[in-house]
Unconditional design. Structure first.
Length: 192
């Protein structure tokens, strides 16, 4: 009997390594479909439109909200982020597993719409390491870093609402844990 496609949601605090781990997962599982989110924030150095995000204006984003085009959306740190509904639903209907890298608010919205979704929270090994990661990427102002770090305690509490928590001590160790979670979900009998 064929297994149902998986909807895998990865989120966690800024700087926890979500993006790196999603890229590693996509390399390890080339058949895993990755839904590219839309955002109203400006691209960071090296980010490409249509590859990392779809970068849109506030007005475009709000129009899409009004049309009900998002599976989930949220305002985070003054910018909008969202996942297009039609793309994800199309992948799932065709039997393909889908990976979403979204914020904590969005993950809870997806779980309400798709109770079978697998929510995985990426946690930093420590607050000090998280602060160093955010600072070292060199893309945020001191005020932005302070604001992000102030949100971390509540974001870490949100991990309680996830199916799994993976501590990203090293990318290799965290990737191995993610692959095991996905392997177990594919083999489960609860139709995940």
């Amino acid at each position: 009997m064929p297994t149902k496609p998986l909807l895998i949601v990865i989120s966690g605090p800024s700087g926890s390594g979500k993006g790196t781990l999603c890229a590693l997962l996509r390399q390890a599982l080339p058949n895993l479909e990755y839904s590219i989110s839309l955002t109203t924030r400006q691209p960071r150095p090296g980010e490409q439109n249509g590859v990392d995000y779809f970068f849109v204006s506030d007005d475009e984003f709000k129009t899409m909200i009004g049309r009900g085009e998002f599976l989930e959306w949220a305002e985070v740190y003054g910018h909008y982020y969202g996942t297009g509904r039609s793309v994800v639903e199309s992948y799932l209907r065709s039997g393909r597993d889908v990976l979403l890298e979204i914020d904590i608010q969005g993950a809870q919205n997806v779980k309400r719409l798709f109770p079978q979704a697998i929510l995985i929270f990426i946690a930093p090994p420590s607050l000090q390491e998280l602060g160093a990661r955010i600072t070292n990427r060199g893309t945020d102002t001191e005020e932005t870093i302070r604001r992000r770090m102030n949100c971390v305690p509540s974001e870490l509490q949100a991990a309680e609402g996830y199916d799994y928590v993976v501590i990203n001590d090293t990318p290799e160790q965290a990737l191995a844990e993610l692959l095991k979670i996905i392997e177990d979900a594919r083999g489960s009998t609860d139709c995940r």
